[in-house]
Design a protein around this ligand. Structure first.
Ligand code: SF4
Length: 481
């Protein structure tokens, strides 16, 4: 078996050249935002936790908007409860609404866990969801069927959907694995079901198909995967005979308990703030080793991921995955003539942009524009740290109007990002390869893979075929490859 040479994707041997960051003058309003709000990330994170229901404290429109957004991407029903503010609650506070919502959710869903996020309106009037939950627990003292509560007092104004997802995962680990230091709720009991040592994977926002692949990969490295959020079944299950209010799947109590004994954790984010990171929390409290890296797209990044797993487990890479790597290198050689030197604009969450940039550099394409609606202010620095050079133009906390201006000027050969780039692609006649979240205008978003050798292979094929399709449209027709 050919040993994998592990390259550290978090450093580069190339000389660092200064990154030119261009931030075109922003209008005082956002036009077609590149990001969604923080409660969406909270809702998605707890959709990946077994037997959990999310209540959004605020107006009903927020829950409806977020449900519509998620359903259109995943093509699965998504229930999100709301405390349904009225005009009176917006003025006098919505504590009673939230308590009624909790009662209704307990009756209607019988969940094991209720996560409570707040929306703009609740934040604006200063609602304290932790305090309301404490009141509720006091009022219901002695009841034996109380669910576990995870209050998420995160101001919506301070982040995007991906910040919400990271912070919700950290809160889930705090409440469901470790037990909060200042709360009375007991953490779940540890139950050993498998002999393999557990490893925590915090993938961020990736597709259910990518999560299934990551679990397979971790198992094949001789370890037991604990993925949070685990959307592999909850956001892409089978056909139901009857409606399931809470779909099967998600990270289980046993898995949360197993995180306490994890050999290590891998978090696919180098931009998440330390105090918002679930992996950092485990390291701080328990000393759990951690690897933080961008999304493992491409050979170097996947080598780093698998190399770390096999080092932790003391095994070698499984033969089937080694062969996937071999085939990917072969495909790189075959497809190089189509991609070499092509100029690309990439947009999406910071860690997706970082992961894609490493891969595109690996296959000889040039990222000329990188754009994100994210607000961590880490993208430029990470681009430089990881790859030694950034794009000509890098936009942070941006919107599609600003992106359109720079893309129109730079005229890249291709756009790679979510489906919100469609109007840009159509207006400027530049092909768009749909990756990330959301993909609202194509079928199969839940099965789009980019992670590991397998996902990279799929992405590489799509990019090459997009180039061929463009050339075919401009020429007289059918070419032999
Ligand atoms: S009002 Fe705020 S929380 Fe509600 S959907 Fe809009 S941005 Fe999200």
């Amino acid at each position: 078996m050919t040993p994998i040479h592990v390259t550290n994707a978090t450093t580069t041997s190339e000389p660092v050249r200064p990154l030119k960051i261009s931030k075109p003058g922003r209008a005082p309003v956002t036009h077609n935002a590149c990001t969604v709000c923080l409660p969406l990330g909270v809702s998605l994170a707890f959709r990946g936790v077994e037997n959990a229901v999310v209540i959004l404290h605020g107006s009903q429109g927020c829950a409806t908007y977020i449900r519509r957004y998620l359903i259109s991407h995943f093509k699965e029903p998504v229930d999100i409860a709301s405390s349904s503010f009225t005009e009176a609650s917006a003025v006098f506070g919505g504590a009673q609404n939230l308590k009624t919502a909790i009662d209704n959710v307990r009756t209607g869903y019988q969940p094991a866990i209720i996560a409570i996020g707040s929306t703009c309106l609740a934040d604006t009037i200063g609602e304290d969801v932790s305090m309301i939950v404490r009141q509720y627990l006091k009022e219901h003292e002695g009841e034996t069927d109380l669910p576990l509560f995870v209050p998420l007092p995160m101001p919506n104004s301070r982040g995007t959907h991906i910040d919400g997802l990271h912070q919700a995962c950290r809160a889930a680990v705090e409440y469901l694995s470790l037990g909060p230091e200042d709360e009375a709720q007991a953490p779940v009991e540890s139950v050993h079901e498998e002999l393999k040592a557990p490893v925590g994977i915090f993938p961020g926002l990736v597709s259910p198909a990518d999560i299934r692949y990551l679990k397979e990969l971790v198992r094949d490295c001789g370890l037991r995967p604990v993925v949070l959020p685990d959307l592999s079944e909850t956001m892409e299950g089978g056909l139901w005979d009857r409606y399931e209010p809470i779909p099967k799947g998600g990270t289980t109590p046993t898995e949360f308990a197993a995180l306490r004994e994890a050999l290590g954790t891998v978090e696919f984010s180098t931009t998440v703030r330390k105090d918002c990171s679930a992996a950092e929390l485990l390291q701080d409290r328990l000393g759990t080793p951690l690897l933080r890296m961008p999304l493992p797209v491409g050979i170097a990044a996947t080598d780093l991921f698998i190399g770390t797993l096999t080092a932790w487990s003391g095994t070698e890479i499984d033969h089937a995955h080694q062969r996937e790597r071999d085939r990917l290198i072969d495909a790189y050689a075959d497809g190089h003539k189509y991609l070499s030197g092509l100029r690309v604009a990439v947009f999406g969450e910071e860690d997706l942009v970082l992961g894609l940039s490493g891969f595109l550099k690996e296959v000889g394409m040039e990222v000329v524009i990188a754009g994100t609606g994210g607000r961590t202010s880490q993208l430029a620095a990470e681009m430089q740290r990881l790859y030694g050079a950034g794009p000509e133009i890098l936009l942070e906390d941006t919107d599609f109007e600003a992106l359109r201006e720079v893309v129109a000027e730079a005229q890249p050969d291709m756009l790679i990002g979510n489906s919100k780039g469609y109007s840009l692609s159509r207006a400027l006649s530049i092909p768009l390869v749909r990756v990330g979240f959301p993909i609202h205008d194509r079928f199969g978003a839940a099965r789009v893979q980019v992670c590991g050798y397998r996902g990279t292979q799929m992405l590489f094929d799509r990019i090459v075929n997009t180039v061929i399709e463009e050339r075919q449209a401009e020429s007289i027709g059918y070419p032999y490859m």
